[in-house]
Design a protein around this ligand. Sequence first.
Ligand code: GDP
Length: 410
Amino acid sequence: MSRELSLEKYRNIGIMAHIDAGKTTTTERILYYTGVSHKIGEVHYGTATMDWMEDEQERGITITSAATTCSWKEHRINIIDTPGHVDFTAEVERSLRVLDGAIAIFDAVSGVEAQSETVWRQADKYRVPRIAYVNKMDRAGADFERVMAMMVERLGAKPVAIQLPVGIEEQFTGVIDLVEDQMVIWDGDDKDAKFEVTPISDEYREAAAEAREHMMETLAELDESLLEDYLENGELTKDQIYAGLRKITLELKGCPVLCGSSFKNKGVQSLLDAVAHYLPSPADIGTVTGHNLDYSESVVRKVADDEPFSALVFKIASNQYGDLAYIRVYSGTLKSNEKVYNVAKERSERIGHFFQMHANKQTEVKEVRAGDIVAVTGFKNVVTGDTICDPAAPLLLERMDFPNPVIHVA
Ligand code: GDP
């Protein structure tokens, strides 16, 4: 059986934020828009409020699961719950390890706060590519530029604004998309509010041209091949900008920055587009490195279906189906009811069923492949941090004396 979706279309991401920056609200909106994306752009005045209430009650729309699968424009997005602890806990580190990219959310008024610094540095340590989202643009005192400056000063980051806010505070109505060179304006604050994509209005033309120029210059500074094209042609094509932004994100040289107001339902769809455009797929990660049982040799696996199976258990949770083990599959394939080897426990186990966890339901899948994140039933003896793998090709993905890092991405 071949893949239903190519590995390049997967995004395994986390959302990191200082408490109160809007992680919950943004996540809820992501689940809403990925669940009802067919409605976007249509207006449902009149019965709309009722529709949303019923929708939300039915969907129980907050993340209650360690990983939630949703889809956006042909991409499968697995959102891994990143605990917001300030401490360097094993749980935070492990969650950073199983994701390939992240959204860092900042509050447009308070900007980079102490806790955002801690998480940012943890993400640096695990080389997690990031895009940034400046939320709460509707609040009094919101300042997009100041947050960008704080990212430089406090985080040593290289922010690259790919949007400009249109209006501020109460008047925040949309964004200028600097890559597409157009305006996106919302008509109202509701979740299903219609939005218009138009050429940039006269009022914003100059500011947008300047910001666009600045974006291209920054890209050229961060990447030599782009610099050549930029110097030769005086600008970059849209394709070059997309590819350049993706490249500097993956190489951790720069961080595309967007803005919005999740609460007012503005900006989250663009954020999802940016996840698809700029954050890596498991294929970009390329290889995963573990060790043999006595740590005397390292074992390198390609992130591919035709490699021996390997996966890391990153969370154990219970629900109505019993104990669930959340796993990130790094290589190979595995069917439900097959046997796997737990290296740390030195024993084989027959697993039960695989489930993809969605905002409102779980769907059973019969087979998992490299890049997948699923919940598994049937394990008798696993703990978080265990590696499960093909008995014929054992490896350890995490040291048993965790938290020393073992997984390296190339
Ligand atoms: P978390 O602690 O990061 O998960 O933050 P929440 O999503 O719970 O948001 C914290 C508070 O900020 C809540 O009262 C939200 O309603 C509010 N909030 C979230 N996003 C926005 C926004 O875009 N604008 C405004 N004005 N408030 C927001």
